[in-house]
Design a protein around this ligand. Structure first.
Ligand code: ZN
Length: 488
């Protein structure tokens, strides 16, 4: 009987840096332009054209390195990675090889605990981060003709190479989500797997449990959605198990993921570093990142998602779940925080969080760094303030939100309330009249409730709310109903 297998997974992530121009020339990086309109002699690799490093790309790359606790090297070097492919006009890619600008960091990921255990944190090491340029794109047309678009050639990327510290497809997916969130919060990447601005390759091998030596690894290329990451890795682990348990050997190769057959397929035998004939890029001087530059970038680092989540829990009293939901995107987190802190009141923050989760988020769409939120933080804060002070009920707040959404960012919640005659009924006499009428209209239910069927209390509350179109103060309704029903 075999003791079982242990998967060993390491991820390599290519993330596009959100600069306006390419890594070594002034061509724009905007997506969706007509083919081959964002090109120049440098990114086309024409003879005599010289590259110049984009300082903004270096600044963003250093941000990523610092956020992942990597060491930033004061001096690093670009290298040529030589290979032939139609989307690579120079015949080599400018990358970093033996002297990357940063190395030896880590990423902490939150994992669900075992049955009944609290969540745990796992630290995955990062071997290195380097800068490199993207290639162009081959487009295969229906008429079996292939054309090349070089708009992407030279777009700046960072490659973040993880150590093989992950041991399940779920850990790999969580690593990827955590890393994506950090890069998006840093404002240096738009986190879009589907559009290829955040790409992932996975190195997967398995070994007998307890065995120190690693098995032969297979590289899974370009898995383009979070959903597929787990599936592709799980399927590859199963494939390797079957081979090894059948007495075979896993071949070192690069494989792709086919969503229709839900299995991996061979792409090519794995190249080794020697195949690329790396050598230092002679057209670029060494990259010098001095202490002052690094200190300045460090000072610009925003609060990272994990720290923000913890702070939302400890300072604003949110549940870990709510904190998680409200830090899924930097714009949403900023929107919530502004609305929650316009009034310094812990209950206010909690109510704002609940309201955003239950009403606002379904109207929010995010795209890269942007989020479209249909109301302003000030409006939501004001609306919740009207609930806090008993001016409107929770139900009216939902209606008011719909009106605010239609009225636009300039509209004031308080003036809408008076315009619409929405104010909550807090007059005890008015509420008592309604309650008394509801009890009189439902004598059978009142009798049953008095006989001990307490669940019927909710029925009476519901009837009063219906009669007042949701405008009665709920606490007052509760108190009055209890008093009248007890008096019987
Ligand atoms: Zn160019």
């Amino acid at each position: 009987m075999h003791p079982g297998w242990e998967p060993v997974i390491g991820l390599e992530v290519h993330a596009q840096l959100l600069t306006r121009s390419k890594l070594f020339c002034a061509c724009p990086t905007t997506f969706g332009a007509p083919p081959n309109t964002h090109v120049c002699p440098t990114c086309l690799g024409l003879p005599g054209a010289l590259p110049v490093l984009n300082a903004e790309a270096a600044r963003m790359a250093v941000k990523a390195a610092l956020a992942l606790d990597c060491t930033v090297r004061p001096k690093s070097r670009f290298a040529r990675k030589n290979y032939f492919y139609p989307d690579l006009p120079k015949g080599y890619q400018v990358s970093q090889f033996d002297e990357p600008f940063s190395d030896h960091g880590h990423l902490d990921i939150a994992l669900e605990g075992a049955e009944g255990e609290p969540p745990r944190t796992k630290r995955a090491r990062i071997l290195r981060i380097h800068m490199e340029e993207d290639a162009g794109k081959n487009v295969h047309t229906a008429g079996s003709v292939s054309v090349v678009d070089l708009n992407r050639a030279g777009v700046p990327l960072v490659e973040i190479v993880g150590e093989p510290d992950l041991s399940s497809p779920q850990e790999a997916a969580e690593y990827l989500r955590t890393l994506r969130d950090i890069l998006v919060f840093l404002g240096i990447n738009d986190g879009n797997l589907e559009e290829g601005s955040f790409r992932c390759d996975a190195n997967v091998s398995i070994k007998p449990i307890g065995e120190a030596r690693l098995g032969t690894r297979v590289e899974l290329k370009n898995i383009n959605s979070f959903k597929f990451v787990e599936k592709a890795i799980a399927s590859e682990i199963e494939r390797q198990k079957e081979i090894l348990e059948g007495g075979g050997r896993v071949v070192q190769e690069t494989r792709g993921w086919d969503e229709t057959t839900t299995s991996t397929f061979p792409l090519r035998s794995k190249e080794t570093a020697q195949d690329y004939r790396y050598f230092p890029e002679p057209d670029l001087p060494p990259v010098v990142l001095d202490d002052l530059f690094v200190a300045r970038v460090r000072a610009e680092l925003p609060e990272l998602p994990r720290v923000k989540r913890d702070r939302f829990v400890t300072e604003l009293g949110l549940s870990p779940y709510a904190a998680n939901v409200l830090t899924q995107h930097p714009r949403i987190a900023a929107f919530f925080e502004e609305a929650a802190t316009l009034h310094l009141d812990a209950a206010h923050a909690g109510r704002v969080a609940n309201f955003i989760q239950s009403e606002v988020l379904r109207d929010v769409t995010t795209q890269g760094q942007q989020a479209s939120i249909p109301v302003t933080a000030r409006q939501i804060s004001e609306l919740i303030r009207l609930v806090d002070t008993g001016k409107i009920s929770g139900k009216q707040a939902k209606e008011l939100y719909v009106k605010l959404r239609e009225a636009g960012p300039e509209a004031s919640a308080a003036s809408l309330v008076s315009q619409l005659g929405m104010a909550q009924v807090t007059d005890p006499k008015a509420i008592e009249d309604v309650c008394a009428k509801v009890i009189a209209d439902n004598p059978k239910q009142a009798e049953q409730l008095r006989a001990g069927k307490e669940a019927l209390f909710g029925f009476f509350v519901g009837q009063v709310m219906k009669a007042t179109k949701g405008s009665a103060n709920p606490q007052l309704v509760n108190d009055t109903l209890k008093r009248l029903l007890a008096a019987g």
